[in-house]
Design a protein around this ligand. Structure first.
Ligand code: FE2
Ligand code: FE2
Length: 262
């Protein structure tokens, strides 16, 4: 079967699948002039989504591009990488903990706020991508996969509760620093569990090619995932796949309207 056929069928429907739930959620939360601004920004966000989606569809595939000197189309060899999903997730942990450390050392409230918004968005996207693609593989391949995933999801919920509070606290308040410390402890503990117990088991049980495929799926999922904590939303693969892109669209819309870092 030709590989372009599913792409040709999927691409025209992607904006519809994303915008319908997004507008439905936006209608419930935004009114009046804010609603009008919302519609204007939706167009910009949709353009981003289209770019992300086209990049996602086209990534890693061979193709042709014009040679700058001759103008002839030369074959492009797909870039191969051996970086797998565990490398990516471990790097995410390090980067998030570094951001939290920078917040703790900063003395400027506006910088602390920007860094906090950034780390919240990064951790939310990371957790959702894990729940979509990594935790299902852990359930499938780890001897006590169900139990371990349940434990990890519980820790994701606790992190989301902390991030929800941190999102709402002014960076000049003493409580802000306390919540940053709490988030750092929770994330450090959770990352240690994954890196020392579950990721090594996953690497031992799952073929490398599949771990590389999972990295590609995780990276694509993070581009469309929500950027804000939603502690009461289901932590389920199906929910993230069906509703997540719409919620992500609304989150990015709110991020743009409020000039929030993500
Ligand atoms: Fe996790
Ligand atoms: Fe993780």
């Amino acid at each position: 079967m030709r590989t372009w056929l599913p792409t040709a069928l999927a691409v025209p429907w992607m904006p519809v699948l994303l915008v319908v739930p997004a507008l439905w959620v936006a209608r419930a939360h935004l009114h009046g002039i804010l609603g009008a601004a919302c519609l204007a920004v939706v167009a910009g966000v949709l353009a981003d989504v289209a770019v992300i989606w086209s990049g996602q569809v086209g990534s890693g595939q061979a193709g042709y591009h014009p040679d700058s000197r001759t103008g002839r189309k030369e074959p492009v060899v797909a870039q191969k990488t051996t970086t797998d999903v565990i490398d990516t997730l471990t790097t995410d942990h390090r980067e998030a903990l570094d951001l939290l450390d920078r917040i703790a050392r900063s003395t400027h409230p506006s910088e602390k706020r920007d860094l906090a918004d950034t780390v919240i968005a990064e951790v939310v996207r990371h957790a959702i991508a894990e729940e979509m693609y990594v935790y299902p593989a852990m359930r499938e391949h780890l001897p006590e996969g169900d139990k371990e995933v349940q434990h990890d999801i519980e820790e994701h919920k606790q992190l989301e509760e902390t991030m929800k509070q941190l999102e709402a606290v002014d960076a000049t308040e003493p409580r802000f620093d306390g919540l940053v410390r709490k988030m750092t402890e929770q994330l450090r503990h959770h990352a240690h569990d994954e890196e020392s117990e579950q990721f090594p088991q996953l690497r031992a049980q799952v073929p490398h090619e599949r771990l590389v495929e999972m990295r590609e799926k995780v990276e694509a999922a993070k581009k469309l995932a929500p950027t804000r904590p939603h502690p009461n939303a289901p932590h389920a693969e199906l929910f993230h796949k069906l509703v997540g892109p719409g919620v992500g669209l609304v989150d990015r819309l709110r991020d743009r309207l409020t000039h929030r870092s993500n």
